[in-house]
Design a protein. Structure first.
Length: 227
């Protein structure tokens, strides 16, 4: 959707992702770089490849389901650290490096850049077994207003989208009855969210200069139950 609006797009994703295919479909105005948001060097290379970097969409993320104290013992600390490292530290890594590059640019129409992070409604209503995921996403929510205030002097805006249950590859592998149950829990519209609806909001944040420091729920009025 950004490419359709005239943006040159650089995709940073893991080597096993579909990033290269997506970049190929977008054409000569898109590029794919293999790497991880947890790596300072990988993100630096992506920032350099972007050149005049004006927009960052932070949407890398992983999950790990386990109870804090369950039948298998305590939540594995390495698993908790990995989720925090990818979701929260990875988001901050990309944010800090992109913001530094944006601050070096000439201002256009009163601003230098826009950063859109991705949290989750799990940041507010974390479910059973989702301690690591909910904590990582809550960290992104807490980071948002602080980053917006930190970067105001550089004329860089920061917002976060907190999606509900979306029809992503993660949910595509679930049993159809489970998918139907997830959709039925959403007040309206009673269906899973579509990725292009996330994209629409991300583009609106970029285009609307008054949106700054805000986390926006995108969930059809869903409030997550404990399970």
């Amino acid at each position: 959707m950004l490419a359709e609006r005239g943006a040159r797009v650089v995709i940073l994703d893991l080597p096993r992702s579909s990033g290269e295919q997506v970049a190929g479909e977008l054409g000569k105005e898109a590029a794919f770089l293999s790497g991880s948001v947890t790596s300072e060097e990988d993100v630096r290379q992506a920032v350099a490849a972007a050149g005049e970097l004006r927009i960052l969409i932070n949407c890398a993320g992983v999950g790990s389901a386990a109870r804090i104290a369950g039948r298998q013992g305590p939540f594995p600390l390495d698993a908790f650290r990995r989720v925090i490292d990818v979701n929260l530290v990875g988001t901050f890594n990309a944010l800090r490096l992109a913001a530094t590059r944006m601050s070096e640019l000439e201002a256009l129409d009163g601003e230098r850049g826009v950063i859109v992070n991705t949290a989750s409604i799990a940041a507010f209503e974390g479910q059973v077994g989702q301690a690591a995921y909910a904590a990582s996403k809550a960290g992104i929510v807490g980071l948002t207003i602080c980053a917006a205030r930190d970067l105001a002097g550089q004329l860089v805006r920061v917002c976060t989208i907190a999606p509900g249950t979306f029809d992503t590859p993660l949910l595509a592998g679930l049993d159809e009855r489970v998918r139907e149950s997830l959709a039925a829990a959403i007040p309206h519209p009673q269906r899973l969210g579509h990725p292009d609806e996330y994209a629409q909001l991300a583009c609106h944040i970029v285009e609307n200069q008054v949106l700054n420091g805000e986390t926006i729920r995108l969930d059809g009025a869903l409030r997550m139950a404990p399970r």
